[in-house]
Design a protein around this ligand. Structure first.
Ligand SMILES: [Zn+2]
Ligand SMILES: [Zn+2]
Length: 269
């Protein structure tokens, strides 16, 4: 399976336009891999995880020939779920040939949109598994804002290769951890929104993780035999304001067995 990280930022990708802090200044001055768009990931050129407003342009830049068939939405926050962006993607595929899966809140928002976006809708709830052509997607509850069940993590499988896609979420809920026990994962892409910030933010750890919490998740999964030390483990959903510039973040994470995501990065397993 091959993952293309189309975007690796959090909801605050505009922060460097206004903010005078050192991290935002580094993004303004040096850009490069520190400049991130809304988090989204493309698997094998056909299955997209999340679709914020920046996704159509990122897709055109990094995967102009992608034959998109499936969209899994993690939750209905605007950096992950933008109806105009989904309409733009649907227009790239034959009518009704884009299958969109998500929680009932996501499906309801798509159904309420007028004029209707020509996609196939596939509601799914926590602990359900959906088979989509060669893919299967198991939904697990995230620790995030909104009503229970609105925010989902996914175990996405194809040919017995399994990816855990864990954004947006605080440390995994006990029931999600329990559901992963006994599973063998071949890759993990997880969020680390707040970088090295450890306190003073209401969403940490209620709705998001930072670098140390993502390290804790890797340690837990290793101890439970769900992953191995060589299993690709990738950080995404990195706030431009809270995370250090990419090279610094990448060095800190690499010393702990984690690859820092950046827009356009490919990971294969
Ligand atoms: Zn987000
Ligand atoms: Zn800042």
């Amino acid at each position: 399976m091959r993952a293309l990280l189309l975007g690796t930022g959090a909801a605050d990708i505009q922060a460097p336009d206004q903010c005078r802090c050192a991290n935002c200044a580094a993004v303004r001055q040096h850009g490069g891999r520190s400049r991130r768009t809304y988090t989204a990931t493309l698997l094998d050129g056909e299955l997209l995880l999340d679709c914020g407003a920046t996704v159509p342009e990122q897709l055109a830049t990094w995967a102009p020939r992608a034959a998109l068939r499936y969209l899994l939405v993690t939750h209905p926050d605007p950096d992950h779920f933008d109806l105009d962006a989904i309409a733009a993607l649907a227009a790239r595929t034959a009518a009704g040939h884009l299958a969109v899966c998500g929680s009932p809140a996501v499906i309801a928002a798509l159904q309420a949109r007028s004029p209707r976006i020509p996609v196939d809708l596939w509601p799914l709830s926590a602990f359900q598994t959906l088979v989509l052509g060669p893919w299967s997607a198991r939904a697990l509850p995230a620790r995030h804002r909104g009503a229970a069940g609105d925010s989902l993590l996914y175990v996405v499988s194809r040919d017995q290769r399994r990816l855990l896609y864990a954004t947006d979420t605080g440390p995994l809920l006990a029931e999600t951890r329990a559901a992963l026990n006994g599973t063998r994962l071949h890759a993990v892409i997880g969020e680390a929104t707040f970088g090295l910030q450890t306190s003073g933010i209401p969403d940490l750890p209620a709705a998001h993780m930072n670098f140390p919490l993502l390290c804790d998740l890797r340690t837990d999964l290793l101890q439970e035999g769900v992953i191995e030390t060589t299993t690709p483990f990738v950080a995404t959903h990195l706030s431009l304001h809270f995370c250090p510039p990419h090279e610094e973040a990448a060095a800190w994470l690499a010393a702990r067995g984690i690859q820092a995501g950046y827009d356009g990065r490919e990971v294969e397993w």
